[in-house]
Design a protein around this ligand. Structure first.
Ligand SMILES: *[C@@H]1O[C@H](CO)[C@@H](O)[C@H](O)[C@H]1NC(C)=O
Ligand SMILES: *[C@@H]1O[C@H](CO)[C@@H](O)[C@H](O)[C@H]1NC(C)=O
Ligand SMILES: *[C@@H]1O[C@H](CO)[C@@H](O)[C@H](O)[C@H]1NC(C)=O
Ligand SMILES: *[C@@H]1O[C@H](CO)[C@@H](O)[C@H](O)[C@H]1NC(C)=O
Ligand SMILES: *[C@@H]1O[C@H](CO)[C@@H](O)[C@H](O)[C@H]1NC(C)=O
Ligand SMILES: *[C@@H]1O[C@H](CO)[C@@H](O)[C@H](O)[C@H]1NC(C)=O
Ligand SMILES: *[C@@H]1O[C@H](CO)[C@@H](O)[C@H](O)[C@H]1NC(C)=O
Length: 904
């Protein structure tokens, strides 16, 4: 499968296709074969995402040899032990693993879906053979490995283990498209005179959200399905077009629907910098392309080259031809790229096509989203658009079925963002940011061309949110965090939060970890707990939908959300529509339905009526201030004790506004809409009286708590920490800083991270050396930074010397509050950015190779990995999960030590 994809992209590259094609089956190249036989050890109880703390080979230690006769304790098995079993792949690398001897029905009778989650270790072997006609070059090839639906994999020599440390690569656990293979180095170079065999180990983790309920297959036995494809990557210095990563807008009447284009490139070997771009002469009069920034690719890295398009006239061609210039060392090459373009006529009252629109996410990441134009031009009023969130696994750009289920509207655009990828971050973090970005981008696109003005949307428009499944959950999420941006919401088949979807009761870590520490770790889930934020939705019009026989997201989730919302406000305008007898997804009627359309029409119409005058009272709930917007203009800027919820209760009574705060350090009141304050004499904060006019001036609008007194100030620190995951919400490509002379494992850690950011979130990252970062600030710009490695990272060492947090570096020893951190341990922590107070630095610090491996696995690449602002993890995590955490916590206000939410 992978070879085919490679061939297809090669065909777009005339100069190079010959060499690529010639190399595949002949005896003149390296070859690799994968055994069809697998050894399997399991199942072991685990909760979702716990494999990021445990060793992926748990219970094995791969630095030692393996006893295939041994038995291991497992609470799932009769008599409490499991041993090795066998499985076979189908010859195409697909292997199905199950444990039919386990009495699953009995386990799930008491534990439900939680008991189906399990971990197993899978082993097979690969054999690598050198070219039959001898070796021409001295360099060793690499392997291109695609592991679908497995969490991690590693390659191990079959003998002479010598305490070697396994290097774990992430699999494409969601089986997403646009997934470049992992390009991996051999742990020990293969023989040049004969075949060499390696063991491959895979962490096989049955997650209910990925594999579903076996009942859907009429079975009681959960079955893990993993696919492993392996190819050789010859040691050639090449830049390869990665067509899966191209980002191209549609053209309407010959005009591009968006100014952002992206060309996917992968380096097979060597550092490459894309330095220029030009367009084929026949387009030069109509189109001008600008390279947004020079794009440097580390060896094996995939990036999307950002191109800004300026158009001077329409084009009719269905192919765009560009020439990319790239350099590597002294050599310079030109690559010709042919991009397919879809041309459409202007949409009409009764004919239209969903369109691919584009914009630059985070200043320079070309990003596509899908839109459905309204049937009619704007009249006197410009209606808000509908923002639609797809379910997990849906590539909304390339799978039209999803958006087809959302009916075209008379007056409103339908905007369906990608959410970074088919899973993204479950519509949180960068996925939410992208969604708001797409709304702004549509306005800019329509504004930029006068022929499209009759359909334009308002600048900074509010939206009506709609979503299904993961997107239903995302609808509750985004509405609860940004209530002022929402005119109404239709969450369908959404789940409350991950811990309610599949409970964490089968946690291995919980058998070892101090519950107080566990609570600190789990504060990193709080921002995702949609039920805790329902107080923010009491004044939002909601139609909540769920199929009565949903086999995927149990129907009680929506019933519960609606019930909790009504506990905050019994007469909240929330309607619950349970579609009796319906399953999870019933595209013909779930949104294309009379009652849904009535709700849409009425809510869109009522969006022009301000109801602020009727507001009597509300409670604003916030976990991480930077991740939440305002409610009725009230915005929480920072918390007294980050890691705990902040709540602000507002009551309007007798011409006064009364505010009561819980755990709030600073808050502000927006000028627009400030109707709530208009005509009021004073605002009373925790019993303290303030003149409203003072707060309605341009310069003073924040209230800051000092000791127990509130003061009106013109600015207040704004906090963006709370969990490591916030590193994903960078406003620019993420810079990964490695030491000047990185070790093999530091190099690898950086490349794997860049790969994972691309695979899971299509987030652009670039790798630079410490001296490059130190010598010139412009190198790492103003977005988030990741500093990798230990004391040898001069850039990181210099930052730590500033002692902006409780972490410091003394005589090459990392310390927390003066206490030395064990050299084998890994510390992950957020730190202020040297140049921009709103940006973050993430340290992934370890002076040992095993430590760096552990730090890499704890990077919060997916939701549900419980890592707050800082965490120190030791060797014991391999077997005890979070029980191996040495310390963890959330920073206090302005990076201070926060005793209440720390364990050390
Ligand atoms: C795994 O085995 C190696 C080599 O015997 C040993 O050094 C290491 O401590 C072991 N790891 C754990 C977590 O026990
Ligand atoms: C980039 O290419 C364009 C078009 O070929 C050319 O005019 C321009 O000089 C080039 N810029 C650089 C920096 O090489
Ligand atoms: C659609 O709307 C109608 C109300 O007109 C309702 O009776 C019906 O149950 C709704 N749901 C589905 C799935 O058709
Ligand atoms: C509740 O929302 C619906 C849908 O927008 C609307 O028709 C209805 O008038 C609202 N009810 C109240 C009491 O505001
Ligand atoms: C960073 O800055 C240095 C010194 O100014 C420069 O030599 C280097 O090319 C820059 N690196 C990148 C990636 O721009
Ligand atoms: C950083 O680089 C920019 C342009 O590349 C240059 O203008 C600036 O002076 C440099 N700053 C330092 C501190 O070297
Ligand atoms: C600082 O970062 C923020 C967000 O990360 C960004 O919006 C802003 O433009 C940056 N400011 C400067 C001065 O670079």
């Amino acid at each position: 499968m992978f070879a085919l994809a490679l061939l297809q992209t090669a065909l777009q590259l005339p100069n190079m296709s010959a060499t690529i094609q010639a190399d595949f089956s002949g005896a003149s190249t390296w070859r690799v074969s994968v055994s069809n036989n697998w050894d399997v050890l399991g199942p072991f109880p685990i909760h979702a995402r716990e494999q990021h703390f445990l060793s992926p080979s748990f219970p094995l230690n791969l630095s030692q040899s393996i006893d295939f006769e041994a038995k291991w304790p497992s609470a799932y098995a009769d008599n409490g032990v499991v041993g090795w079993t066998q499985a076979s792949s189908d010859g195409n690398g697909n292997v199905a693993v199950s444990f039919p001897e386990i009495r699953w029905t009995s386990l799930r009778a008491t534990e439900g879906w939680a008991a189906l989650q399990h971990h197993s270790v899978l082993r097979t072997s690969i054999t690598v053979s050198p070219p039959q006609h001898g070796i021409e070059s001295a360099s060793t090839p690499r392997l291109l490995v695609s592991l679908a639906q497995g969490s991690f994999f590693t390659l191990r020599p079959t003998s002479n283990l010598d305490g070697s440390i396994p290097r774990w690569y992430t699999g494409n656990v969601y089986g997403m498209d646009a997934a470049p293979a992992q390009s991996i180095d051999f742990p020990v170079a293969p023989s040049v005179s004969g075949p060499t065999t390696y063991d491959v180990f895979v962490s096989g983790d049955y997650e209910l959200r990925l594999f579903g309920d076996p009942a859907a297959r009429n079975s009681e036995v959960p079955e893990l399905q993993v696919s492993l494809q392996v190819e050789i990557s010859e040691p050639e210095h090449r830049l390869i077009l990665q067509g899966s990563h191209n980002v191209i807008p549609d053209f309407v009447d010959g005009w591009a629907f968006g100014r952002a284009l992206g060309v996917g490139l992968r380096s097979s070997e060597g550092w490459w910098t894309v330095t220029n771009i030009s367009v084929a002469p026949e387009f030069a009069s109509a189109l001008e392309f600008k390279l947004l920034h020079e794009t440097r690719l580390a060896p094996t890295q995939t990036r999307i080259v950002p191109l800004h398009l300026t158009q001077n006239g329409p084009i009719v061609s269905e192919i765009l031809e560009l020439l990319i210039t790239a350099t590597s060392g002294d050599s310079s090459i030109e690559i010709s790229v042919k991009l397919p373009v879809r041309q459409y006529d202007l949409w009409q009252q009764d004919t239209y096509s969903p369109l691919h629109a584009t914009f630059f996410y985070a200043t320079s990441m070309p990003t596509a989203f899908l839109v459905k134009p309204p049937a009619s031009e704007n009249g006197d009023k410009i209606f808000p658009p509908i923002l639609a969130f797809h379910g997990a696994g849906v590539d909304v750009i390339n799978m039209p079925f999803w958006v087809e289920a959302v009916p075209r509207q008379k007056n409103s655009w339908v905007i369906a963002p990608a959410g970074r990828t088919a899973w993204g971050l479950d519509w949180h973090g960068p996925s939410t940011k992208e969604a708001w970005g797409a709304v702004d981008a549509l306005h800019d696109i329509l504004e930029a061309r006068s022929a499209w003005h009759p359909w334009r949307t308002e600048k900074n428009t509010r939206v009506l949110l709609i979503g299904h499944s993961n997107g239903g959950q995302g609808t509750w999420y985004a509405a609860g965090r940004f209530p002022d941006k929402i005119i109404g919401a239709i969450p369908a088949a959404g789940y409350i939060k991950s811990q309610s979807y599949v409970p964490l009761v089968q946690s291995r870590s919980a058998h070892f970890v101090d519950p107080a520490l566990r609570a600190i770790l789990e504060t990193s889930l709080t921002p995702d707990d949609n039920d805790l934020f329902l107080s923010n939705l009491v004044d939002t019009t909601i139609l909540a939908i769920h199929g009565g026989d949903d086999e995927n997201v149990p129907v009680w989730h929506t019933r519960d959300l609606v019930g909790v919302l009504k506990a905050w406000r019994p007469d909240a305008n929330v309607t619950y529509q349970e579609d009796k007898g319906k399953p999870h997804w019933y595209p013909d009627t779930i949104f294309d339905n009379d009652s849904v359309q009535r709700f849409l029409d009425s809510t869109l119409e009522q969006s022009f009526v301000s109801e602020l005058n009727d507001i009597k009272s509300f409670t604003l709930t916030v976990a991480i201030p930077s991740d939440s917007g305002s409610l009725h203009g009230f915005h929480i800027d920072s918390l007294l004790i980050p890691g705990r919820l902040g709540r602000l209760t507002v009551e309007v009574n007798e011409g006064k506004v009364f505010v009561k705060t819980i755990n709030i350090k600073a808050f502000s009141i927006a000028h627009e809409p400030d109707v709530l304050l208009a005509g009021k004499a004073s605002i009373v904060v925790d019993g303290q009286d303030f003149d409203v006019t003072a707060l309605r001036t341009q310069s003073a609008k924040h209230l800051l708590r000092k000791e127990s007194q509130w003061e009106v100030v013109s600015r207040a620190a704004f906090s963006s920490t709370g969990r490591l995951l916030n590193i994903l919400s960078s406003s620019t490509p993420i810079a990964i800083v490695i030491p000047d002379e990185p070790t093999v494992s530091e190099n690898l850690a950086a490349r794997r991270l860049a790969h994972d950011l691309d695979l899971y979130h299509k987030l652009d990252a670039y790798i630079l050396h410490a001296s490059e970062a130190t010598s010139n600030d412009s190198n790492f710009s103003e977005g988030h930074l990741i500093v990798l490695g230990g004391k040898s990272n001069a850039f990181g060492a210099a930052l730590l010397k500033t002692e902006k947090t409780a972490f410091s570096l003394h005589k090459e020893q990392l310390k927390l509050r003066g206490q030395a951190i064990d050299k084998q341990a890994a510390a992950l922590f957020l730190h202020p950015h040297p140049a921009n107070s709103s940006s973050l630095v993430l340290f992934m610090y370890s002076d040992s190779e095993t430590g760096l491996e552990r730090a890499s696995r704890l990077f919060p690449i997916r939701t549900g990995i419980t890592v707050p602002d800082w965490v120190i993890v030791g060797n014991e995590a391999d077997v005890k999960g979070a029980g191996g955490v040495i310390g963890a916590g959330v920073w206090g206000h302005e990076w201070a030590w926060n005793e209440a939410v720390s364990s050390f």
